[in-house]
Design a protein around this ligand. Structure first.
Ligand code: HDE
Length: 726
């Protein structure tokens, strides 16, 4: 397995190379920032050992000043994030007919990348498991310049025009008077805004779905959201939507679990990413594209420029064109993950924009935000932001300039510098914007083709499995249940009713409210609802697709237990073979296995063998694992049955719909749980009334069935169906 530092064929440790003088473990003396060796870093300079500190202590002053300035403003959105280095390579040259971006069409090129995953609403120190959109931003350091694919794990967005972005973010962030709640959309201002913005209907369906509480950054999709353009060597354009598809499938945790993880390990996703990479279990995703010919721009019943719409994969399949492998953790969080500056405007020849009004606004915002966050126009010179090729232009000076430009010429045209640097023609790889014809009036207006806000929200709901639908109901009940203003709840029910009547009835039942009826026509409109029906426009089109299988996580890949975390619950007296053999079989299938016991150190097996304990019941929790196994050993079982935390561990695993395996001895322990009713009565064998609870005494067979069950991810059908009066 490749080690962390020597990644297979990757040349992407450029930031480390640039920083080769700053490694701290080189055996060098400590120095001040201007190079003086430091003799005492423990005591400030004083007038006598009990006297006041002296102003002349330049060593103390320098250290303290630097410390006082350590923080830079956190990102206004996506403040909480985790990053990783990696590589990207296309499978073949198919894309050459669509784009002249070589990294997308030449399989001999391995492009270094840095990916930053994030949540949107919370502060830098907030929990990873908030119900939220996840950022999935990728910087490709291509030979033709940096290309940033700044995407999310949801394919649509809340709003259609960038001018509403500050309002959306103000609404979701903690409320301004008391700065509550942190990293949560479940509060009045968010739902007030959403209830007045019917265009967000589709996005809130994704946000209320389990996509908003991923199991891992390694198990979520990524989307470029907007329609972009690819441009080929003949200057012909094709519309494109970018997708990331995780090799491990798309999986989520349960909402109750998410809330518990937030308390027990707020770094859950960050740790998961870091540990997987350290262990050589490199996260992988395939890059997919949906391609639409320019001539088909108006062939859909929605507008390709509308970022609240997807192109259903049934209509335009996703073609998988290459693979991203994240294979190296950052050396320094601040220097890399915090200082990386993404921008949708970082494009390379062969990739171009469309007039999506959200994308157009983003093209302004990202540079603007870097200027304030990173302190000036030279943020591109920070090692993590530099392109791989040298940069030549006539830009000069500014705060924190790193480059020492030589010579007299800093203008163009010039003769003093021999005319350098030269402009590049199209044929020489110069970026040439696609010559889209624009002939229009200047106008503050939204296209009528953007007015259908509900068809795709309904399509999303109709595409979900029963458990996923139930989770959406629960999420709405939770979020709106936290709203204090009844009018906001009522308005939201009006929106939800236009997505699906039954969904609205169920949510309303949980809130103890009736569903108001607001005509659909009154909500498909171009301006925020300010109460005047005269402003509203009629619905344009109805979606012809009843459901899309790609929208349900139920249909995701479930063929592997690679990287899944499995707890072996054991105590003194456990049967050693049962632990060792199961561990070996699970690990051979790629799982990460930990022995969890009442206390740390070692447990003594029935044959006196010592087994190392990885976590105690105090530090571990069922919510950190995907599945749990109870090995044989009468004394171990009896000890665990007497241990409330062990029974609780199993109860939670069951409640969160996880696979549970146990040796026949273990039935005695399971009889102490709240799910004892699924166990076989008396001596009956193999008649467990739950496909996710696996019992047996033949280890190889038990392991095989257990592996199959863990690969299913969750047994959501365990959750009680909702009962709502008709
Ligand atoms: Fe962003 N967004 N955004 N956004 N966004 C930022 O840039 C903005 C949008 C996304 O890990 C900011 O450097 C506007 C859509 C990601 O560093 C800021 C609009 C999508 C990240 C900004 C949007 C995204 C950001 C804040 C509406 C998915 C984190 C800090 C027009 C396609 C990147 C920063 C990272 C970050 C502006 C909407 C994704 C303020 C104005 C749609 C993944 O510039």
């Amino acid at each position: 397995m490749p080690s962390k530092k020597k990644t297979a064929g990757s040349d992407n440790n450029k930031t480390t190379d640039l920083n080769k003088n700053t490694l701290d473990s080189t055996g060098e003396f400590m120095r001040t920032n201007h190079g003086t060796k430091i003799n005492d870093d423990q005591n400030s300079l004083k007038a006598g050992s009990r006297g006041p500190t002296l102003m002349e202590d330049f060593i103390f002053r320098e250290k303290m000043t630097h410390f006082d300035h350590e923080r830079i403003p956190e990102r206004i959105v996506h403040a909480r994030g985790s990053g990783a280095h990696g590589v990207f390579r296309v499978y073949d040259s198919t894309m050459e007919q669509y784009t002249r971006a070589r990294f997308l069409s030449d399989p001999s090129i391995e492009t270094p990348v840095f990916v930053r995953f994030s949540t949107v609403a919370g502060s830098r120190g907030s929990t990873d498991l908030a119900r939220d959109v996840r950022g999935f931003a990728t910087k490709f350091y291509t030979e033709e310049g940096n290309f940033d694919l700044v995407g999310n794990n949801m394919p649509v967005f809340f709003i259609q025009d960038a001018i509403k972005f500050p309002d959306l973010v103000h609404a979701v962030k903690p409320e301004p008077d008391n700065e509550m709640p942190q990293a949560a959309s479940a509060h009045d201002t968010f739902w007030d805004f959403i209830s007045l913005m019917p265009e967000s209907a589709h996005m809130i369906m994704w946000l209320m779905s389990d996509r908003a509480i991923p199991r891992s950054y390694r198990m979520m999709e990524g989307f470029g959201v907007h329609t972009f353009r690819l441009v080929n060597a003949n200057k012909e354009a094709t519309f494109v939507k970018f997708h990331w598809k995780p090799i491990l499938g798309v999986h989520a945790v349960a909402w109750d679990e998410a809330q518990k993880i937030s308390g027990k390990d707020p770094d859950f996703h960050r740790r998961d990413l870091w540990e997987a990479i350290e262990a050589g279990q490199f996260p992988e995703y395939e890059l997919g594209v949906q391609l639409v010919a320019e001539s088909d721009e108006h062939s859909f019943d929605f507008d390709l420029l509308d970022p609240t719409k997807i192109i259903p994969e049934e209509l335009v399949p996703v073609q998988k064109i290459g693979r991203l492998t994240l294979n190296r953790n950052p050396d320094n969080f601040f220097a890399e993950t915090e200082q990386i500056a993404f921008h949708v405007g970082h494009v390379v020849p062969g990739i171009d924009f469309t007039n999506d009004p959200l994308l157009q606004g983003r093209l302004f915002s990202y540079t603007d935000t870097q200027l304030i966050r990173l302190g000036g126009p030279n943020f591109q010179e920070i090692p993590i932001n530099r392109p791989v090729m040298p940069v030549h232009n006539n830009q000069r000076d500014g705060y924190m300039r790193q480059t020492i430009n030589k010579g007299k010429s800093s203008y163009h045209p010039n003769s003093t510098g021999g005319g350098c640097p030269f402009q590049a023609k199209f044929s020489e790889g110069g970026y040439t914007s696609y010559m889209e014809k624009v002939d229009a009036h200047k106008i503050r207006e939204r296209s009528e083709s953007f007015f259908d806000h509900f068809s795709q929200a309904t399509l999303f709901y109709n595409s979900q499995s029963e458990p996923e639908k139930n989770h959406i109901v629960d999420a709405f009940r939770f979020e709106l249940g936290k709203v204090t203003n009844p009018e906001i709840r009522q308005r939201m029910l009006g929106i939800i009713r236009n997505i699906d009547k039954n969904l609205a009835t169920q949510v309303a039942y949980g809130l103890g409210l009736d569903v108001p009826v607001i005509p659909l026509e009154a909500m498909n409109h171009s301006v925020p609802a300010d109460g005047d029906p005269a402003d509203y426009q009629p619905t344009l089109t109805e979606s012809k697709l009843a459901s899309s299988r790609f929208l349900s996580m139920q249909n995701t890949i479930k063929d592997s237990i690679a990287t899944r975390k499995i707890a072996i619950l054991a105590a003194d007296g456990v049967e050693e073979f049962s632990v060792a053999q199961m561990k070996e079989l699970l690990e051979a299938a790629g799982a990460v296995v930990e022995v969890v016991a009442p206390r740390l150190g070692h447990i003594k097996a029935w044959n006196e063998q010592e087994i190392m304990v990885d976590k105690s019941l105090l530090t571990a929790s069922s919510v950190f694992y995907d599945a749990v196994y109870v090995p044989a050993g009468t004394n171990s079982i009896a000890a665990l049955a007497a241990e409330g935390d062990a029974v609780h561990f199993l109860n939670e695993a069951y409640r969160h719909c996880k696979a549970i395996a146990c040796d026949e001895d273990g039935i005695e322990l399971l009889r102490h749980t709240y799910f004892a009713h699924v166990l076989p009565a008396g001596d009956a064998k193999n008649a467990v009334a739950d496909p996710g609870v696996i019992i047996g005494n033949k280890l190889a067979d038990l392991a095989k069935r257990f592996i199959g069950a863990v690969a299913m991810h969750r047994f959501w059908e365990r959750e009680k169906p909702r009962k709502v009066p008709a």
